[in-house]
Design a protein around this ligand. Structure first.
Ligand code: PRX
Length: 660
């Protein structure tokens, strides 16, 4: 990974391609600046104009921004609309009815195509099915599904009837799922019998059953099951229903439920530095506006584009840039089930060639692992594939190091596709800081400049602006339409996490550090400033993993830190003290495996520590505080050069130095 010093010194600049500049939605830096100036001049007027021009309102709004209960901001609050109507019906009315909405490619390569008319019909039928179960506006529905047309249908159907969905990534464990079902107070769970990844069948319905067995899911009346594999599953009569049977007898029209712009479209759980995952609550109107507008601005989507975002619907990227944004923008999108390395590491390039993908959006981790694969096996090198359909590339979820950026630019984009390095978060709903493909000169490793209307800045701990060239805390100074509205069930935590008093209570704290280039003002994200890790673009709290470890009967104490990793960006390193003497050799390896599996069961496989080290104790100050900064140095395998005079037990450092 590139360190911050290299990034600060990165001087290569790549101008956007001239023809893209000519035709882009935001064409040239003057056009970008003009939009920024408009927002600066009349902030509310700017957003009101965009919301009127881009969304279809059943009841037009008259109030744009309501700051009376800040930081619980409201946008377009007296307007009514329906998100599914904006994504589907609108496309039937504007000539896209027979246009392909989704090209779905399954793990095994089977391809299904759906037009906007067909997708609309499927969503309406399923929405009617959900209504027949008594699911109403405001009810919460948990979606625990594989990547599928049905997953998108489930989300859109909830939106259509005004039910608030909460999608849980299919890699989370029964316990994580149960916690989310309980916290959301879900009345139904939509799942699949199994999911398929890299040729393997993995259970989903069985995990839902296990989640129920953990208790507390009493509000759930029904479990709706999409039949993906026809694998054997348990069935609870009266509670469990097949998705296809539920939809089959339903009419293919369903009047959308008109909701207030502020109506919660979804809750998506994400990790913070402390406590349990937080349910990030998003709105309907403001959220959709930004999902759609960033499709136009950042991806410059045109009617002829084939857009492919490789994320999973279990993450925010899959919400904004699979389930909602592309459909609201009326484009053709690829939806993919599987992994980038199956049947071989040429899968992405092969799919781009076969489906003539023109806009490709993926994560740096995927790029880095495919670089390695291409180096190791020329048969899967992107050179072997026809990538000439591509005109724009995107990166999301974690910092992209300049080497990976350059490889992506040269080998995938053939030096003619701009790369949009999009910085954003679950909480922001859509892109915040990113190059514009027809305007911004690109610098590898920098997400460049905030989108028009996004008042991003860098401040110190007291909220004072810092000059360019000086690293600090990334904040957003004004509310924006797609921002998080609250943490479900925990407004106090919302305030504390994102609008701390130290910054005045009205400035959004992103949780990342950043620095602006002295000359260009370009932003580079320097990483989280809290105890949140980013492993392969998956966000995890160190505390969550520590709690999972100490829940094991053998573990007395645990501390988890991130360690830079060439492929996954960061990896998880856990320092563990057992209730029994410190194990060594085979015994240590055996216990480490047991603990890794345990964490996999408690949270999910993505949270398994890559490395475990055992000590008789952890490095602590005299007052008993774990000195994590020392653990970070040890994890990296570096010598400790910092001051350790406050350390109670220096001898422990030697023990923790080496991986088992
Ligand atoms: O640290 C930043 C990193 O991912 C975090 C947000 O994670 P999550 O809510 O899971 O959303 C991921 C998908 C938007 C941020 O706080 N991050 C995201 N995009 C970038 C990034 N870091 C650097 N560059 C990016 N482009």
């Amino acid at each position: 990974m590139a360190d911050i010093q290299t990034l600060k010194e990165e001087s290569r600049v790549f101008p956007p391609p001239a023809d893209m500049m000519k035709h882009a939605a935001i064409s040239g830096m003057e056009a970008y600046q003009a939009l920024c100036d408009e927002a600066e001049r009349d902030y509310e007027g700017f957003w009101a104009r965009l919301a009127r021009e881009n969304l279809s309102w059943q009841t037009p709004f008259t109030k744009t921004l309501d700051e009376s209960d800040a930081p619980f901001y409201k946008w377009f609050s007296d307007g009514k609309l329906n998100v599914s109507y904006n994504c589907l019906d609108r496309n039937l009315d504007n000539g896209n009815a027979d246009k392909t909405a989704i090209i779905f490619e399954a793990d095994g390569g089977e391809v299904t195509r759906l037009t906007y008319r067909e997708l609309h019909g499927r969503v309406c039928q399923f929405a009617n099915g959900l209504k027949s179960l008594g699911i109403r506006k405001g009810d919460r529905v948990v979606i625990y599904m594989p990547m599928s047309v049905e997953g998108v249908v489930a989300m859109q159907a909830c939106a259509r009837i005004g039910a608030t969905h909460s999608v849980v990534f299919g890699g989370f464990s029964a316990k994580s799922l149960q916690e989310r079902i309980v916290d959301a107070g879900a009345v139904a769970v939509i799942t699949a019998d199994e999911q398929v990844r890299g040729g393997k069948h993995l259970p989903l319905k069985a995990i839902v059953d296990d989640a129920f067995a953990l208790g507390g899911c009493d509000a759930v009346r029904n479990v709706v099951v999409y039949q993906r594999t026809s694998g054997k599953i348990n069935w609870q009569q009266g509670r469990d229903l097949w998705m296809h049977e539920l939809a089959a007898s339903q009419p293919s029209a369903c009047e959308p439920e008109w909701v207030d712009a502020e109506h919660p479209l979804f809750i998506l759980y994400t990790s913070g530095s402390t406590g349990t995952p937080k349910g990030v609550q998003h709105s309907s109107g403001g959220y959709l506006l930004w999902a759609m507008l960033t499709m136009k601005w950042t991806f410059d989507v045109k009617p002829s584009d084939v857009f492919w975002c490789t994320a999973d619907i279990g993450w925010v990227t899959g919400h904004s840039y699979i389930a909602y944004g592309p459909l609201a923008a009326g484009c053709t999108e690829v939806v993919f089930e599987g992994v980038p390395t199956y049947p071989d590491a040429g899968r992405f390039w092969d799919m781009i060639a076969r489906h003539k993908v023109s806009i490709f959006y993926t994560a740096p981790t995927a790029i880095r692992s495919l670089i390695k694969a291409a180096d190791a096996n020329p048969a899967v090198h992107p050179d072997r594939y026809d990538l000439s359909s591509l005109r724009l590339l995107g990166s999301v979820g974690e910092p992209i190091n300049p080497e990976a950026w350059m490889w992506y630019y040269k080998n995938i984009g053939h030096e003619k596709c701009p790369i949009v390095d999009t910085f954003w978060q679950t909480e922001t709903g859509g892109h915040m800081i990113t190059p514009l493909p027809g305007a911004t000169p690109m610098v590898p490793g920098s997400c460049t400049l905030p989108l028009p209307g996004i008042m991003a800045a860098i401040v110190d701990e007291t909220g004072q602006d810092l000059p360019n060239g000086q690293g600090g805390i990334l904040v957003v100074k004004r509310p924006w339409p797609s921002m998080i509205r609250t943490i479900w069930n925990d407004p106090a935590r919302f305030r504390k996490s994102y609008f701390p008093e130290e910054l005045g209570g009205k400035t959004y704290l992103a949780g990342d550090g950043a620095i602006r280039n002295k000359d260009t003002g370009y932003f580079t994200i320097t990483g989280r400033i809290d105890d949140v890790l980013n492993v392969s673009g998956h966000r995890m709290g160190t505390m969550e993993i520590e709690s999972a470890l100490v829940a094991h009967p053998m573990v007395a104490e645990a501390a988890v830190v991130g360690k830079p990793d060439e492929t996954t960006g960061e990896s998880i390193c856990a320092f563990v003290v057992l209730k029994r003497p410190r194990p060594e050799g085979d015994e240590a390896r055996q216990i480490a495996k047991e603990l890794r599996d345990w964490v996999g069961k408690e949270i999910g496989p993505i949270a398994k520590p890559k490395e475990l080290r055992f000590g008789d104790n952890l490095p602590k100050t005299r007052s008993g505080k774990i000195m994590r900064r020392l653990l970070r140095v040890l994890a990296k395998g570096e010598e400790i050069t910092q001051d350790i005079s406050t350390l109670e037990n220096p001898a422990i450092l030697e023990q923790l130095k080496h991986a088992i």
